[in-house]
Design a protein around this ligand. Structure first.
Ligand code: HEC
Length: 282
C-alpha cells in the first residue's frame, strides 16, 4: 500500500509537470486554426470545398471506409509518392494534421447534395475520332480478354487471355468499385468508381467514350442484359440512377420508404436478366 501511495505521489508530480507543459503547449496550439479552416486553405482546392472530391478523391466518412485513420494521417504527413497528393509535414504542425485527420472522418453537417442537374452537368464526352473501327484494333480473341483492375495505382490492364500478354494499360478514375460490366457484344465496358463516376470504355478502339458522375459515393453499376441501360447504386445520396447506354441521365430513384420518412443507402444493384429488370439491395 505504502509503495503504491509513493508511486501515486510520484505520479502526481509527474502529472503536475505534464499539465504545466500542456498549458504551455495550449498557447502554441491556440495559434493554430480550427480544422475546417485549415481544410479550406490547404485541401479544398483538390478535394472540394464540400469534401466531395475534385481533382483529388472525396474525403467523407463514407469514402474513407477502407482507409484506416492512422493511414490517413500518414498520407497527409508524407503525401503519396507518384501522385499529386502533397506532403504536409513541415507546413502544418502534427496537431493540425491530427485535427484534419479527425475532420475528414466527421460527417458533413448538412447531407451533401448531388442533384439531377449536377449529374447531367458532370457528363464528359471526349471528341469522337473521325474513324472508329467496328472490330478490335488488336488481334487477341475479344471474348477471351481479362480486364484487370489495378486498385493501387488506378489503372486497368487489358490482357490477352490466351497468351497472358498485356494489350493495353490506361489510367482510370480513383478507386474503381464493384467490377467491370460489359455490353453483350463485348465491345464496351463500364467501370464504377468509389466517388460516383461511371466510365464507358470502348474495348475495340481502346478509348473512353463517355463519363458521368452518378453520385458522391457509389457502390457499383449494373448493365442490362440487352446492353441498353446502366444503373448505379449510391451510398451518397440515397439513390439509384438510371442512364441509357451513352450515359445520358434518364431517371433518379430515391431509396425511401413509401411514407417518405425513411431513406436507405443502396448497397448494390444487379441485372436480373430472366425478369428483365434490375434488382437493388439496400
Ligand atoms: C494538389 C492537390 C491536393 C491537395 C492540395 C491535397 N490533396 Fe489529398 N490527395 C490528392 C490526390 C490526387 C489524392 C489521391 C492520391 C492517389 O492517387 O492515391 C489524394 C489523397 C488523399 C488522401 C487519401 C484518400 C484515400 O482514399 O486513400 C487523403 C486522406 C488526403 N488526400 C487528405 C488531404 C488533406 C487533409 C489535404 C489538406 C491538408 C490534402 N489532401 C490536400 C490531391 C491533393
Amino acid at each position: 500500500m505504502f509503495n503504491r501511495l509513493c508511486r501515486w505521489r510520484g505520479g502526481r508530480a509527474w502529472l503536475a509537470g505534464w499539465l504545466a507543459l500542456m498549458s504551455w503547449m495550449n498557447v502554441v496550439w491556440a495559434q493554430s486554426r480550427p480544422a475546417p479552416e485549415l481544410y479550406q486553405q490547404h485541401c479544398a482546392s483538390c478535394h472540394g470545398e464540400q469534401r466531395i472530391g475534385l481533382m483529388g478523391p472525396a474525403l467523407l466518412p463514407e469514402s474513407l471506409e477502407r482507409l484506416r485513420p492512422a493511414e490517413a494521417l500518414k498520407v497527409i504527413t508524407q503525401g503519396r509518392t507518384a501522385t499529386q497528393m502533397p506532403a504536409f509535414e513541415g507546413l502544418l504542425s502534427p496537431e493540425d494534421i491530427r485535427a484534419l485527420g479527425t475532420f475528414i472522418y466527421t460527417p458533413l453537417t448538412t447531407a451533401p447534395q448531388w442533384t439531377d442537374a449536377d449529374i447531367r452537368q458532370s457528363r464528359l464526352q471526349p471528341p469522337t475520332p473521325a474513324s472508329l473501327s467496328d472490330k478490335p484494333v488488336w488481334s487477341a480473341d475479344p471474348m477471351n480478354l481479362f480486364v484487370v483492375v489495378e486498385g493501387g495505382d488506378h489503372h486497368v490492364s487489358l490482357v490477352d487471355g490466351d497468351r497472358f500478354e498485356s494489350i493495353h494499360r490506361f489510367p482510370t478514375r480513383y478507386a474503381l468499385h464493384g467490377g467491370p460490366k460489359f455490353t453483350p457484344d463485348g465491345r464496351y465496358v463500364f467501370f464504377g468508381s468509389r466517388d460516383g463516376w461511371i466510365t464507358k470504355y470502348d474495348l475495340w478502339n481502346l478509348r473512353v467514350v463517355a463519363e458521368v458522375r452518378a453520385g458522391l459515393n457509389m457502390r457499383n453499376v449494373a448493365v442490362s442484359a440487352d446492353g441498353r441501360w446502366v444503373m448505379a447504386a449510391n451510398y451518397l445520396p440515397h439513390t439509384v440512377v438510371l442512364f441509357d447506354a451513352d450515359l445520358m441521365w434518364v431517371k433518379t430513384l430515391p431509396a425511401v420508404s413509401q411514407d417518405g420518412k425513411q431513406s436507405s443507402r443502396v448497397s448494390a444493384v444487379y441485372d436480373a436478366a430472366p425478369r428483365k429488370s434490375f434488382v437493388v439491395a439496400l
